[in-house]
Write a protein that binds this ligand. Sequence first.
Ligand SMILES: [Zn+2]
Length: 203
Amino acid sequence: MTAETHIPNRFGRFLILALEQSLGTPGFQAVLGRAGLRHLAAYPADNLERGFPVNLIPRLMAALEEMYGVGKGREMAFQTGRACFRLGMPGFGFLIDLADLLFPLLPTRTRARVGLETLAEMLNRFADGDIRVLREGDHLVWVMDSCGVCAGRATTAPCCHLMAGLVQETVQWATGKDSVKVTEVVCAAAGGPRCEMEIELGG
Ligand SMILES: [Zn+2]
């Protein structure tokens, strides 16, 4: 993924709708204004054309933190990531069918892994990601060698809460467990060589 990458309009649309859902309309409009992206209030088109520049995402994340403060802004980004999954899920009917069929037969950890690998494959295919899902000891790790959420940013602590929320909601859905915890342990914006999230299933 490079700064010039464009992702499908539909992905941008889910992100914008999720942001509005998480912030409420006045907050949403204020963040768009702050980011200089007021035109997004008209929502990106609902199609798979690659028309949404990936570099708008870090701009929106920075504007969120400027508006609400770093802590609250990142919490909002996390909630927005979770909402992205809930909005996007119905569009992936095949995955729901697969899950209904297979998941009851699989152990929790395998379900988590299948959910994560499916999400990674989708982002890699449609958004030129290079995401890998690894197993380390008793947890799973989500590894992004290049990350569209924080590209171009410089922060003192990991800041890819949007992706952490999306990952958490995916694993929660795949496992049916609400004890899932996602922690970004390495972040490119905070000086790391890549972005990495640890997923603990808990319970
Ligand atoms: Zn990142």
